[in-house]
Design a protein around this ligand. Sequence first.
Ligand code: SF4
Ligand code: SF4
Length: 374
Amino acid sequence: MKKYKNHNQLTVTQISNWARDLGFSDLSTVDIESPDQLTDPINRYKDWIERGFHGEMKYLKDSIPIRSDPKKLLTGAKTAIMVSMNYLPNSYEFNWRNKEIQGLSDPDKATVSLYARGKDYHQVMRKRLVKLAKKISSYIVSDGFRACVDSAPILEVELALKSGLGWRGKNTLLLKKNEGSFFFLGSLLTDLPLKTTKPLQKNLCGSCTSCLDKCPTNAFVGPYILNAKKCISYLTIEHKGVIEEPLRHLIGNRVYGCDDCQLVCPWNKYASVSKIKEFDVKNGLDNVSLIKLFEWSESQFLQNHMGSPILRIGYERWLRNIAIGLGNSANQKKKILSFNDAEICKIKKTLTRRLNENRPLLKPHLIWAIEQCR
Ligand code: SF4
Ligand code: SF4
């Protein structure tokens, strides 16, 4: 039996209030004592891995035993406290989705996924989850907590579904009625036997298939099943090698990640802006030209992306992605009746300047992009 410092049983409502004070938008709880409850999700996950849809992300396969039982991450864990945190930059106005969609067809602009325009969410959320654990510990005696934010091997969406935080959209992401899907998910494992919240009764996607229909690379094998190897987020962030030619045309001006299957989701008209100032846009990444980003030196890349999730792909993969964007930009400009030859010459010159650099990954993409300028 736990000892309660304040002699009152701690309620989930109390923990939710503390979480809101820390910038989380929602909180729910799920019992993780019995691994059996994850049997069906883990079987679906194994099937997904066996079909090779995880691509080069070997860690997703290696972590199956831990994912099957979250108690392997924290001995004696009884409850997972699931939290969401909105990440749309605070300055975004009601018509932000239209602006994003327009930006995708602007041949001069680079598009960076919304979640990556500010500070790395891993650090931001983990710090706040640790604060939440401390707050709970100040009230009740506990032997341990473990904060998990994306990088820990845990079936976060499945646990969030069981806790009633939202429902899984056909685009595989967790959706919430009042917030859409532009939020990060995190979990705080604890040995406290907290009261659990109830799963939702209904999946609210209904007959909608917008996310499946609008994916630029047709990466969904069907509802709820993503072939990551075709997904632009995977290709521009996780994939370390050469991006296959047929996929390059489909990437458009997306240089880091892709939000299309969220932008078209009708529930995202309810997406809320974040209260977290760390998610404010850095380096003008919501309105920046491909050429400007391509001209950054390596030291500018390292300095400008300090504390950003973009840093992890490294300079050469960053250039690879922008080179593809520039090739697509040249092709798009050729289709515009009023296009000016000088603009394509400028793209070609910008690309050509890097041809003599010793960058084996960049080279084939550079050559391809220069060819698009003809
Ligand atoms: S992130 Fe983009 S490429 Fe990936 S599934 Fe969604 S729409 Fe398709
Ligand atoms: S776009 Fe439609 S089908 Fe896809 S997640 Fe949103 S509501 Fe569900």
